[in-house]
Structures are given as structure tokens and as C-alpha cells.
Design a protein around this ligand. Structure first.
Ligand code: ARG
Length: 466
């Protein structure tokens, strides 16, 4: 074994178990490109400031270019002996270019190095996620537009409540995704600040220029306290929180797809490419993908708790605990990215069974509120109208039919006990008891009327393009 970077201080080597336990190279090597980018910016700054020579910089640049190529081609020999991505690359650099490689770490620590790498990596992941949310929203709008008039029951307490349109229902998720995107944009702002230059914890005695490094790496600004910069991971926690919320929204949508697809409900069918069959029951077509989205939400919620717990007991500044930040972070980003890619495609594969939705609306007195509103518009106080309609619903239930199937006389008899109700009930009541009438009347901003849903879709399209 080659000596460790710190071997001078130590009198015995670690065991293989400890070596494996403390190493992170098998998961942090996916930050290799970011590590090299950060090192190049650092080296160029060192040269500009006269801290290393021009030849050193040239050697570092050519060595790192070669290493980048080796990693890309899968030829790089990653070694547990060198613990993490940073030491693996530095060691190879020194093997390639000698003393210049050994000078690269001047005025730098792995503590500010790793914090910089994570931020660079996460910034790219956030950009990818924002792109994918946009793609998903775009596809969702197409489906919502196709079903701006398709009626289905809206539910509260999983009981038929009032008619809504399927387009309106999908637009609810569009709104959630919009807020999710806002959260990622916001988290990106705090992620995009440069820790490098903080060194181990206290800064460095070399005359560094942090702002030029921030500029070269595309950071908006530098982190302003060295202790905070090397030990803080709240940007990663924010990312996991935004991700857990996004996944929670998708988990709710998944739950709905699963219920809607259940043969008992039969509102939709999902394209075969998102389902699997049963190895024993020939009739089965199972909504595996939405079920897995629902299941993987447990993973992203768990990752958020893992990072919060990782942080809560740490004194300033860097502690090795922080090495445990990466796996939950990577896993969250991977899960969110895969889920969004699948979902964007899956929504376009929803086949709507409008007849089943419509017929569900004839069970459950979905227009009862419309009947109450009708009486109120004729001057009856709302509480009295509510009572009158409750009596009408009871009568209809006894008769075994829905409200529009009752005769005017039946409705009047049912409401007879409520003073002022009977004389306000006319033939025109039947127009408000239809699903179409109910939908069309809710035409204010945020309402389910098809014309309003179309307006919401148009506004969302304009926002997505702008
Ligand atoms: N692999 C380490 C991590 O992920 C890099 C920083 C190590 N620093 C240290 N002082 N041991 O956090």
C-alpha cells in the first residue's frame, strides 16, 4: 500500500473493516466531474495570485484533463485506500505530474472542497428537475385541456360531494407542481454559493481571491463565514424537503390513479406499459408504477429525516458525520428524476372512461348544494335551504333515485316542514339539478366551470412558455 496523505502522524494502519467503513469513494465518485471543475478553478486562482507557478498550473490542467478522460472512459482505478473521490483524484494527479499535483491542495481542505462539489452537483440536479417538472406540467395541461368538459364526482371524505371536471381535477396537481418548482428555484439560490476558500474551518493564510473562483464556477456569491461554509448542509436539507413535498404530491396523484383504475371505480385505464400482470391471477392488470411512486415517497421522506437527524447534534465546524449526507441526497435526486420522467409519459397514457365518471355522478346527490343555492337565490336563508334539501335527499334516498329524478311535487312534500321552501320551488329547479348546470355555474376564478378551467389552462401555458 502507498502511504496515506497523512501517514506521518500515524503509527499503525486501519483494518480493512475500518477502511471500508470510513471510505466514501464508492458513492462520492459520482461527483468526480465537479471535483475536477472545482480543482481547476482553485488552481487557476492560485496561479493568478502568484501562489503557484505558471508551469505548475499547466501541469495540473493537463493532468486533470487526462484524469477526466480516464474516468469518462471507465479506465480510472478507484481505490478504497484513498478513501474518497478527492484523494483518489489528487493521488492520480500527483502520479501523473509530480510536484505540481502536490501543490494543488495549497490553501484548500477537503472540507471546503467537498462542500463545493456537493453544491455544484446539486445545482445541476436541480436544473434537471426543474426541466422535468416543466415537461410534466406541459403534458398534464394537454390532458386537462382534452377533459375541460368531462364531468366526474368531486369527493370529500371519499364520498361524492359535487360535480367537477376532470380537467379541473388535474389542474389541482398542476398548481401543486408549480409551487414545487418555486421551492426548487428558491433552494437553488441558497445552494449556489461558494464554500471554497474556507479551507478546513478558519480560512487560509494564503492571499486567495474567492470571488474570482465563485465567478469562474458560476456561483452567485461566496459563503461569508468559513465555519458555516464547511459544516452547513442546510441547502441539501432544503432540497430533500422540496423533494419530499413533490413526491408527496405525486403520491397523492398515484393514489387517485390507483383508485380510479380499480375495477370497482373504473374511471380510467392506464397504458399497459405502466402496469404488470399477476403470476397467478390471469385477469390482473396492476398499476405498479403509481404504487411504486407512492412507495418511493417513503424513501424520500426518510432521506429528509436522515439529513435533519445527521445535522442536529453537530457542533461547528466540519465533522465526519457529514460524509453521510451524500447517499440520501443522491438517492433523493435519483428518485425524483426517475419519477418525474416516468410521470410525464404516464399522464399522456391515461384513458378516461367518461361514461363511468358520469354515471357515478348520478349516485350520491352531487347536485344537492346546487338545489340549496337555488333556494337561496330565491330568498330563503342558506341554513333553511340546507335543511330543506337535506329533507329532499332523504326522500330521494327512500325512493331510491337521485334528486333530478324526483318530481316537483315529491320535492315540495319533502320540504313542507321548512317555512318558505315550498313556494320558492318552481319547474326551473330542474335546470340547476343537472351536472352541466352545476359545473357551468362555478365560473369564478379557481372554479370548476369548463370555461374557467380553459382559462386556467391558457394562463398556465403562458407561464410555462414565459
Ligand atoms: N469524504 C469526506 C466527506 O464526504 C470529505 C471531507 C473529509 N474531511 C475530513 N476532514 N475528513 O465529507
Amino acid at each position: 500500500d502507498a502511504p496515506k496523505a497523512w501517514s506521518g502522524r500515524f503509527s499503525e494502519p486501519v483494518s480493512d473493516l475500518v477502511k471500508r467503513y470510513t471510505a466514501s469513494v464508492y458513492f462520492d465518485q459520482r461527483m468526480a466531474a465537479q471535483d475536477i471543475r472545482g480543482s481547476l478553478a482553485h488552481a487557476r486562482m492560485l496561479a493568478r495570485q502568484g501562489i503557484i507557478g505558471a508551469q505548475d498550473l499547466a501541469d495540473i490542467e493537463s493532468g486533470l484533463a487526462q484524469i477526466a478522460g480516464e474516468i469518462e472512459r471507465g479506465e480510472f482505478a478507484w481505490s478504497l485506500d484513498d478513501e474518497d473521490v478527492h484523494l483518489n483524484i489528487e493521488k492520480r494527479l500527483t502520479a501523473l505530474v509530480g510536484d505540481a499535483g502536490k501543490r494543488l491542495h495549497t490553501g484548500r481542505s477537503r472540507n471546503d472542497q467537498v462542500a463545493t462539489d456537493i453544491r455544484l452537483w446539486l445545482r445541476d440536479a436541480i436544473d434537471q428537475i426543474l426541466e422535468l417538472i416543466g415537461q410534466f406540467q406541459h403534458n398534464l395541461l394537454d390532458v386537462a385541456e382534452a377533459h375541460a368538459d368531462t364531468a366526474l364526482p368531486g369527493f370529500t371524505h371519499l364520498q361524492v360531494a359535487q360535480p367537477v371536471t376532470f380537467g379541473h381535477h388535474l389542474m389541482a396537481y398542476h398548481e401543486m407542481l408549480r409551487r414545487d418548482a418555486e421551492r426548487f428555484v428558491d433552494c437553488r439560490r441558497r445552494t449556489n454559493r461558494l464554500p471554497l476558500g474556507s479551507a478546513a474551518l478558519a480560512g487560509t493564510s494564503f492571499p486567495i481571491d474567492r470571488e474570482s473562483v465563485a465567478h469562474e464556477l458560476g456561483f452567485d456569491e461566496v459563503c461569508y463565514n468559513s465555519l458555516d461554509a464547511v459544516s452547513d448542509r442546510d441547502f441539501a436539507i432544503e432540497f430533500c424537503a422540496a423533494s419530499a413535498l413533490l413526491m408527496t404530491h405525486l403520491s397523492r396523484l398515484s393514489e387517485e390513479l390507483i383508485v380510479w383504475m380499480s375495477p370497482r371505480v373504473g374511471f380510467i385505464d392506464l397504458a399497459d406499459r405502466f402496469c404488470t400482470g399477476s403470476s397467478i391471477m390471469p385477469q390482473k392488470k396492476n398499476p405498479d408504477v403509481p404504487e411504486l411512486v407512492r412507495g418511493k415517497t417513503g424513501r424520500t421522506n426518510g432521506n429528509l429525516i436522515a439529513l435533519l437527524t445527521l445535522m442536529k447534534g453537530q457542533p461547528l465546524a466540519y465533522n465526519k458525520d457529514n460524509q453521510e449526507d451524500k447517499e440520501p441526497l443522491f438517492d433523493t435526486a435519483d428518485t425524483v428524476i426517475d419519477t418525474l420522467r416516468i410521470y410525464a409519459d404516464m399522464v399522456t397514457g391515461i384513458r378516461v372512461k367518461a361514461d363511468a365518471m358520469k354515471s357515478a355522478l348520478t349516485q350520491g346527490f352531487a347536485t344537492a348544494t346546487d338545489l340549496a343555492d337555488y333556494l337561496v337565490k330565491k330568498g330563503l336563508p342558506f341554513r333553511d335551504a340546507h335543511e330543506a334539501v337535506a329533507l329532499a335527499v332523504r326522500a330521494a334516498e327512500l325512493k331510491g333515485c337521485d334528486l333530478p329524478e324526483c318530481t316537483l311535487d315529491e320535492l315540495r312534500i319533502a320540504m313542507a316542514h321548512v317555512p318558505g321552501a315550498v313556494e320558492r320551488l318552481g319547474e326551473d329547479v330542474f335546470s340547476v339539478l343537472t351536472v352541466e348546470g352545476s359545473l357551468a355555474s362555478r365560473k369564478h376564478i379557481g372554479g370548476t366551470a369548463p370555461e374557467q378551467v380553459r382559462r386556467a389552462i391558457a394562463a398556465a401555458r403562458a407561464r410555462l412558455q414565459g
